[in-house]
Design a protein around this ligand. Sequence first.
Ligand code: C2E
Ligand code: CA
Ligand code: CA
Ligand code: CA
Length: 279
Amino acid sequence: RKISNRKATSVYKDDMHTFLKESMLSEMNLRKGLDLDEFELHFQPQVNCRTGEVVGFEALLRWRHPERGLIFPAEFIELAESTGLITPIGEWVIKEATQQIRKWQETGIDNISISINLSPRHFLHQTLPLYLEQCIAEARIGPDKVVLEITENVALEDQTAVISRIKLLKEMGYSISIDDFGKGYSAFIYLQHFPIHEIKIDREFISELGNDIKSTGIVQTIIHLAEMLGLRTIGEGVETKEQWDILKQLGCSDLQGYYFSRPLEVDVINGLFEEYGVA
Ligand code: C2E
Ligand code: CA
Ligand code: CA
Ligand code: CA
């Protein structure tokens, strides 16, 4: 054997080894994080566009890593999806969110819904409807308090399966919302074929409102179309008063964004409820 060859192979193997170790470690860490209850939900208020009143919250996942601190979903959702851990993580989110609705109801905060993000894979998972039923039964809340957010990506999956899943969940009393509406290529498929309740207009259009006449036109068209189809609209990523004013003029139903509030920890929300009273 030539020494140079052996050296090359061993370097390559070392790299592979590190790579495998790292990717396995993070999957293992993710699993461990779940088992050790290191995940938490932050909640971003959704407000009525006309009145500014809080009508609901979107649950947003965070991983409070013992060494690395707070980790945002951008860093681990993809890994969770590719490893299939997204289903147990999504189940944890559903359980936690439904329990939170219960806790708020117990302190007199009624009429508030929570929106839960579901990956396409989990949305189509066989056990989802039963799992949801168990969680709302345990929390003693109605399905009308739960909004399930799916992205346009779900339309890339088996459409017949997606349609029948949406229909079933709708019959069970849940609301279905299309997240990041307008961002993908399949927006109109939803409107035409899927019995959904709500669309969330993607932040990219909202952020250009007032600056770019085209974006304003697109948002206006989306809102009109939704109105015609009897769907609610949520403007996502509202950061300025001007954006709020325009969306109010265009007749958007609800809004969400830093202008109103960042996603907050439960303790912070409870503090605000105490300070400002309960509706
Ligand atoms: P998303 O569902 O579109 O959630 C909205 C994201 O925009 C959140 O980021 C939120 O913090 C951020 N945001 C809200 N208002 C504003 C604003 O005014 N300006 C700007 N620049 N950003 C704003 P976050 O929490 O980092 O979540 C990122 C994505 O991770 C979510 O996007 C969602 O796709 C995914 N995700 C979050 N939680 C879950 C979960 O429990 N399950 C699943 N499957 N995905 C989740
Ligand atoms: Ca916890
Ligand atoms: Ca969402
Ligand atoms: Ca979104």
